[in-house]
Write a protein that binds this ligand. Structure first.
Ligand SMILES: [Zn+2]
Length: 405
């Protein structure tokens, strides 16, 4: 193991502030979110604040260890634009990041934060892409990593995560997985995903990494709307914060979700309630909503659009016919856009869909799920051991319990 690199936070960082009550806070890890909101029974993530003076989107760790993340292609889809009566439609190919998803932008900043904090170990709860990304960046930094997942995780992810040297533990229930992370954080590990209930979102230092998507989009012709898959809203919140910092206006942000969660909150439901639903869109499954997602939609006059699995599959096929094979969850962005376009009001507008992961692998492919023999067993007190061996094709009843990470 090589000596761990020393990475300093930018001198322009001045502090943090709550996304809900705007209270300023000193730079620290706030595991339960804003302390003032927590005392009032609310769960809200924080954002970072910077000295003014730099154009573009700031990063807390500009010198973070990179694997080449960011600068992803923006591909025009003129035929689809014409079908949907849009002026212009482009797809941001986030699967071109080093481990194949948008999560790499977040992992680079998270691992820099973990190094800065002197952490020896990072832990993440993941349905697939997040865990894979954290494992890779932790390996790059010489940090040990433990990824807590569910039995449904496909073998292709298991192989990759363990190839990076990370420990993989499987749980029958995703909420138990979050308790496992809380235990590890209590032991000094750095959390690279949310593990709180009500959910808050990932450490704000990581979310900052997504601001660069806004910067890359704003460097071209500013879109009128940006549509993306959404679960706990890390990506959504990061893109919103990026556009706000750039100062050229915030496009309408649209959250595609597999069943009505954010849509119900925008209609008046309490964001802290559970919103149960079943879906094969594994990367954006889960029953929780975060304040950061709600706030990003409100700040951008945005929308939440439920996309059922059938609509996501149709969108996946349509994208594939354009040469883009997206993960089912990612394809939901096109389905959500089509739903909005059918409702009218988008004629001639410029839309971007964020394709977060490739269809060449998918956390929702439960027929590929199987725990290899070399995988670590979870701690007995908190976990129910996963079944070893090849699982038959199945409809996983626990799918509605999954929480992405
Ligand atoms: Zn607050």
């Amino acid at each position: 193991m090589s000596t761990r690199p020393s990475i300093a936070v930018t001198s322009r960082l001045t502090g943090m502030a709550c996304l809900r009550c705007a209270e300023p806070w000193p730079v620290a890890e706030y595991e339960a979110g804003c302390p003032r909101c927590a005392a009032e029974g609310h769960a809200s993530n924080l954002r970072l604040t910077y000295l003014p003076g730099e154009r573009g989107a700031s990063l807390p760790y500009p010198e973070a260890l990179s694997l080449g993340e960011g600068g992803t292609p923006l591909v025009e889809l003129p035929e689809l634009a014409s079908e949907l009566k849009l002026g212009k439609l482009s797809a941001k190919l986030e699967w071109c990041n080093p481990t194949g998803s948008h999560k790499d932008r977040m992992s680079a900043q998270l691992i820099a934060r973990a190094l800065d904090r002197g952490a020896e170990r990072v832990v993440a709860a993941s349905s697939g892409n997040g865990g894979l990304s954290v494992a890779a960046y932790a390996a790059r930094a010489g940090l040990s990593a433990e990824i807590a997942t569910t039995e449904a995780l496909p073998r292709v992810y298991r192989r990759a995560i363990t190839a990076y040297g990370a420990t993989l533990v499987s749980f029958a229930d995703s909420m138990v997985r979050w308790k496992h992370l809380a235990k590890r954080v209590g032991e000094g590990a750095f959390a690279a995903t949310n593990y709180m209930v009500p959910a808050i979102g990932t450490n704000p230092f990581g979310i900052e990494g997504y601001k660069k998507i806004a910067a890359e989009l704003a460097a071209g012709t500013m879109p009128d709307l940006v549509v993306m898959p959404c679960s706990r809203g890390d990506l959504l919140s990061g893109i919103r914060l990026g556009f706000e910092e750039i100062g050229a206006g915030v496009p309408m942000l649209v959250a595609a979700e597999p069943f009505a969660r954010l849509e119900r909150v925008l209609a008046g439901a309490d964001y802290r309630e559970p919103f149960a639903g079943d879906t094969a869109q594994a990367s954006i499954a889960g029953s929780t909503v975060t304040w950061q997602a709600v706030e990003a939609l409100r700040a951008s006059t945005g929308r939440a659009v439920p996309v059922d699995d059938g609509a996501a599959r149709a969108a996946q096929s349509r994208l594939a016919a354009c040469g883009l094979h997206a993960e089912l969850s990612a394809a939901s962005a096109l389905a959500a856009l089509a739903i909005l376009a059918a409702g009218g009001g988008l004629a001639g507008r410029h839309a971007v869909i964020v394709l977060t992961g490739s269809g060449s692998r998918d956390p929702g492919d439960s027929d590929m799920a199987a725990r290899p023999q070399d995988e670590a067993a979870p701690d007995g007190a908190l976990a129910q051991p996963a079944t070893t061996g090849v699982s038959p094709q199945r409809t996983d009843p626990s799918v509605q319990q999954r929480e992405n990470g």
